[in-house]
Ligand binder design. Structure first.
Ligand code: ADP
Ligand code: MG
Length: 400
C-alpha cells in the first residue's frame, strides 16, 4: 500500500537485504543491484512547469527501492510488493504505448520503452519494487517508480546517461506510454535533488541550481499534511488548465506564460479579449505571480531568511485557490488551520484537488500546529490526515 509503515527503515542495510531476499525468492537468482529514488514536495512553483517556468522541489526521505537484474532474453518481468497481482511480463522489443493494459507496470515498462525509443540499448530486466512514497498523495510516487527504474537500467546496461536526461526520458514514459501529461518537475526532483537542498529548476532550458535549505539550523520544520483525498479527479481539470495557459500565451503573443511579468499582465488585460477572458486572466495571473514567488523564495533562502518564506507560501495558496481554482475543502482547511495556529505559512503542493499541503513552522510550534490541523479535520468529519516532516533528502542513487 506504499506507506512503508510496516517495513524496516527504507534504504537501510536490513531493507536492502529484504529486497534482495524477496527478489531471489521471486526470480530464482540474486539481483545485480539495488537502487532508490525519492518522492518529492514542491516548496513553491505550482502549475508553472508546463509554462516554461520555475519550480523549487525538494526530495523526501521516502523512496521507491528496486532490486534489478538484466535478462538476456529481452523480457521484462516486473513485480511490486505494494500491489497484489504477481509478476507482469512483457517483451522489451514489443513495448508500444497502449498496446496492452499493463496496470502499474506501465510506469517501469514505459521507462524501458522511452530509453529504447531514444536509441539506447536497454534490454530485458527482472525487477522487484517496494516503495515508501504514498501513492496518489501528490508526492510523486509515480516519478519515484520511473526514476528508480531509469537509474537501474542506466547503470546495468552502461548507458552513461546523466540524471537530467534520465528524468527527461522518465517524463516521456509518463506522457507518452502511461498517458499522463505531466511536466518535467517530478522526475527531475527525484533524479537530481541533493540532501539539505531545494532544487531550483528552470523548466525552459532545464538548468538546475541546488539551493541550501537547512531547516534544522534555523529551528524550522516543513510539515507535509497528506489529506488522503485522492487527486484522481484532477485529470480533466489538469488538461483544461494546460489548455487555458496555452490559450492565454497565444493571445498575449508570447511563446509561454514564462515570458510575461506580473506587471505586464496587469497592464494588458485587453490583450486577452475573447471567449473566457476573465477566467484566462486569472489563470495567467496565477502562473506569472507564481514564477515571481519562486524567484523571491530563492532570494530569501540565499539570504538565509527562511522564516520570511512563509507568507509567500500562503500567497501561493491563495493564488492556486482563487485564480487557478485547483484547491479543495480539505487543502484549504489544512492551510487555514495551520496558519491560524501559528504556522509561518502553508500551501497546497502538487497538482491539487486533494493530495498534500506543506506547512512551514517553527520547531516550537510544530506539534501545536499539527494537532490543530488534525482536530479541525476531525471536527469537519474528514478522514484523519497523515502529517510528517519533509526533510530535504538525496535524489536517486544506487544502494547496493
Ligand atoms: P502520485 O505520483 O502523486 O503518487 P500518480 O497517480 O501520478 O500519483 O501515480 C500513482 C500510480 O503510480 C499508482 O496508481 C501506481 O500505478 C503507480 N505506483 C506508485 N507507487 C507504486 C508502487 N509502490 N507499486 C506499484 N505501483 C506504484
Ligand atoms: Mg505522479
Amino acid at each position: 500500500n506504499g506507506t512503508g509503515t510496516a517495513h524496516t527503515a527504507p534504504g537501510s542495510a536490513t531493507d536492502v537485504t529484504g529486497l534482495t531476499g524477496a527478489f531471489t525468492a521471486l526470480y530464482g537468482t540474486a539481483p545485480e543491484g539495488v537502487w532508490a529514488a525519492p518522492g518529492r514536495v514542491n516548496l513553491i512553483g505550482e502549475h508553472t512547469d508546463y509554462n516554461d517556468g520555475f519550480v523549487l522541489p525538494l526530495a523526501l526521505p521516502h523512496t521507491a527501492r528496486a532490486a534489478v537484474a538484466r535478462r538476456a532474453d529481452g523480457a521484462l518481468r516486473l513485480h511490486s510488493a505494494d500491489v497484489p497481482g504477481g509478476v507482469v511480463e512483457v517483451a522489451a522489443g514489443e513495448l508500444a504505448p497502449g498496446a496492452r493494459d499493463l496496470g502499474w507496470a506501465a510506469y517501469p515498462a514505459g521507462v524501458v520503452w522511452a530509453l529504447r525509443e531514444a536509441g539506447h540499448e536497454a534490454g530485458g530486466i527482472d525487477l522487484h519494487l517496494r516503495s515508501a512514497v504514498p501513492t496518489g498523495a501528490g508526492l510523486s510516487s509515480s516519478a519515484a517508480l520511473e526514476t528508480v527504474t531509469a537509474l537501474a537500467v542506466n547503470d546495468l546496461y552502461g548507458l552513461g546517461l546523466p540524471p537530467g536526461e534520465l528524468a527527461r526520458l522518465a517524463q516521456r514514459a509518463e506522457n507518452d506510454f502511461v498517458g499522463v501529461p505531466c511536466g518535467i518537475m517530478d522526475q527531475t526532483a527525484s533524479a537530481c535533488c541533493a540532501e539539505g537542498h531545494a532544487l531550483h529548476l528552470d523548466t525552459r532550458d532545464l538548468t538546475r541550481r541546488q539551493v541550501p535549505f537547512d531547516l534544522a539550523a534555523e529551528g524550522l520544520r516543513l510539515l507535509v499534511v497528506d489529506t488522503r483525498v485522492s487527486h484522481d479527479l484532477a485529470d480533466g481539470a489538469y488538461a483544461e488548465r494546460r489548455a487555458s495557459c496555452e490559450e492565454a500565451a497565444r493571445r498575449l503573443g508570447v511563446p509561454a506564460l514564462r515570458d510575461v511579468t506580473p506587471e505586464e499582465l496587469a497592464q494588458a488585460p485587453g490583450r486577452l479579449a475573447g471567449p473566457g477572458e476573465e477566467t484566462l486572466f486569472r489563470r495567467a495571473r496565477h502562473v506569472v505571480t507564481e514564477n515571481r514567488r519562486v524567484e523571491e523564495v530563492v532570494a530569501l533562502l540565499a539570504a538565509g531568511d527562511t522564516h520570511a518564506v512563509g507568507p509567500l507560501l500562503t500567497a501561493g495558496h491563495a493564488s492556486l485557490r482563487d485564480d487557478f481554482e485547483v484547491s479543495c475543502a480539505e487543502l484549504d482547511l489544512a492551510v487555514g488551520t495551520a496558519c491560524a495556529a501559528g504556522a509561518l505559512g502553508a500551501r497546497m503542493t502538487g497538482g491539487g484537488f486533494g493530495g498534500s499541503a506543506i506547512v512551514l513552522v517553527t520547531e516550537a510550534a510544530a506539534v501545536t500546529v499539527a494537532e490543530a490541523v488534525s482536530a479541525a479535520f476531525a471536527a469537519a468529519g474528514h478522514r484523519a490526515p497523515r502529517i510528517f516532516p519533509a526533510v530535504p533528502s538525496a535524489g536517486a542513487r544506487r544502494l547496493a
